[in-house]
Write a protein that binds this ligand. Structure first.
Ligand code: NAD
Length: 294
């Protein structure tokens, strides 16, 4: 596996592709945006102006695209262009149904395929410290692992087709709900005259402890590295949290799972984004709950 085609050179795709180039792969990149293609050239990526040029002679094709509809559309074209046996890895966050449709298209061309969404954000993409959650047959996963290891620190095989996307949306549903829970507790604490630090010191070492509190505290002060200390610049934008929560609710509906807190978190992030805060960090929802933000 020497030559990799990378489709979708946006905020995540560009630094991921750059890490593959740094690791010694020949990387051919394609994005619909001319500006993204130009930025890729400066990162050791051979930017080309069509999907066909990118995938020609590639041993593996990685996609990092906005939504399921984009992934399925690109896979429809891809399977007409690649040789049988090419490894296809989709790293986008998409609905489970689209992920399975992409696997089916790949199987129709006798290609190995992996759904491999990530967590870790743009910082993880730049630093090659992403977590990959993979859904694939064992052989496809083993073929993809050495490539993913050049872009991430933890590579988890979650199960068969779509299992990576399932893990991703379940995890992010926990995150959305727990960020709101932590934010509500800080707002209640404020009304009760409790300092942020006092609540943090207690809850971070008590049964309220969770990642949204100890690593991503939504109020300034207790954890100096969080977006709360930086005007809520993302980080992880509220619009992306809303996207993932909506995917969790679509999946819950189609699988017949009851997720009342997931539904409530989706409604709150929808309100927050609709009020104009979609591009702020998702932890800024504490301001809406306090009544001081959008
Ligand atoms: P982005 O919008 O910055 O990049 C997507 C790129 O895909 C754009 O440059 C766009 O021009 C390109 N594109 C769209 N359709 C195309 C096509 N048919 N052919 C070629 N290029 C095409 O988005 P991003 O932030 O890089 O996110 C990509 C995926 O990663 C999304 O599914 C997102 O949910 C997921 N994700 C993002 C983050 C994050 O922090 N940004 C974190 C985890 C997961």
């Amino acid at each position: 596996m020497n030559t990799i085609a990378f489709i979708g050179l946006g905020n995540m795709g560009l630094p991921m592709a750059a890490n593959l180039a740094k690791a010694g792969y020949t990387v051919k990149g394609f994005d619909l945006s001319e500006a993204s293609r130009a930025a890729a050239e400066g990162e050791g990526i051979h930017a080309v102006s069509s999907l066909a040029d990118a995938v020609k002679g590639a041993d593996a094709v990685i996609t990092m695209l906005p939504k399921g509809e984009h992934v399925v559309a690109v896979y429809r074209d891809l399977v007409g262009l690649v040789a049988a046996g090419t490894l296809l890895i989709d790293c986008s966050t998409v609905d489970v149904t689209s992920a399975r449709a992409a696997h089916d298209l790949a199987a129709g061309k006798a290609c190995h395929s992996v759904d491999a969404p990530v967590s870790g954000g743009t910082g993880g993409a730049k630093g090659a410290t992403l977590t990959f959650m993979c859904g694939a047959e064992a052989a496809a996963f083993e073929a993809a692992r050495p490539i993913l290891e050049k872009m991430g620190r933890k590579i988890v095989h979650c199960g068969g087709a779509g299992a990576g996307q399932a893990a991703k949306i379940c995890n992010n549903m926990i995150l959305g709900i727990s960020m709101i829970a932590v934010s509500e507790a800080f707002v209640l604490g404020e009304r009760l005259g409790l300092s942020h630090q006092a609540l943090f010191d207690v809850a971070s070492t008590s049964s309220g402890q969770c990642w949204a509190l100890t690593s991503y505290c939504p109020v300034p002060g207790p954890v100096p590295t969080t977006p709360a200390n930086n005007g809520y610049r993302p980080g992880f934008a509220a619009a992306l949290m809303l996207k993932d929560l909506k995917l969790s609710q679509e999946a819950a509906d189609s699988a017949g799972a009851s997720t009342p807190l997931g539904a409530a978190a989706t409604a709150l992030y929808d309100r927050f984004a609709t009020a104009g805060s979609g591009d702020r960090d998702f932890s800024a929802i504490v301001e809406m709950l306090r009544g001081s933000g959008a």
